[in-house]
Design a protein around this ligand. Structure first.
Ligand code: GLN
Length: 187
């Protein structure tokens, strides 16, 4: 059974846990450094990246997670999680700074402008349900980064080796294929 951690400081934690369990993973709720031991993969959920950053500092998790990313632990950052992974964040300091992408925050308007759409993602499947909530997007990506999906001319899903990042929330619908891609193809 694959052991997947879910960073549980803030944000859409419970939905990720439920979906990962439905995908037959053993889920570890990550709140402290000790929870990072012996993981096969780590999910960084959506929420609010600036709040998460404060909590990562408070719980001394930033550096240990960065080291694991540099050592090759597969990680999937969704929405705010993508912002945490990115090497560069427009107008803000980067956080983990490990994924070779530049992201912009809040690219699709405010909370009230949240929407759900279907994305055709060749590497994963057709008509994948994706929920966008004050979502970021990937402005540019390094040479080694695989662009997996775009929406409205903007990159919304990309893979940098063992690091996957998406603009949307893949855990807020019944469609588990994006998370399944991470668990089966990357972990
Ligand atoms: N707008 C949030 C941020 O900048 C991300 C939103 C989300 O994760 N749904 O951190």
């Amino acid at each position: 059974m694959k052991k997947i951690g879910v960073l549980a400081l803030q944000g859409a934690v419970r939905e990720h846990i439920q979906m990962l369990e439905a995908l037959s993973c053993e889920v570890v709720i990550v709140k402290h450094v000790k929870d990072l031991a012996k993981l096969d993969g780590l999910v960084l959920p959506g929420g609010e990246s600036t709040t998460m950053r404060k909590l990562l500092n408070r719980y001394d998790l930033l550096e240990p997670i960065r080291v694991l990313a540099q050592q090759g632990l597969p990680m999937f950052g969704t929405c705010a999680g993508l912002i945490l992974l990115a090497k560069e964040v427009i107008d803000y300091e980067p956080h983990l700074g490990v994924m070779d992408v530049v992201v912009a925050r809040n690219s699709y308007g405010r909370q009230v402008d949240s929407f759900e759409t279907k994305l055709d993602i060749p590497a994963i499947g057709d008509a994948i349900s994706a929920v966008f909530i004050r979502a970021p997007h990937i402005v540019s990506a390094g040479e080694g980064v695989e662009i997996l999906a775009e929406y409205d001319g903007k990159i919304v899903l990309a893979r940098d080796g063992h690091l996957l990042g998406c603009s949307f929330h893949p855990e807020l619908t019944m469609d588990s294929r994006t998370l399944e891609y991470f668990v089966t193809s990357m972990v």
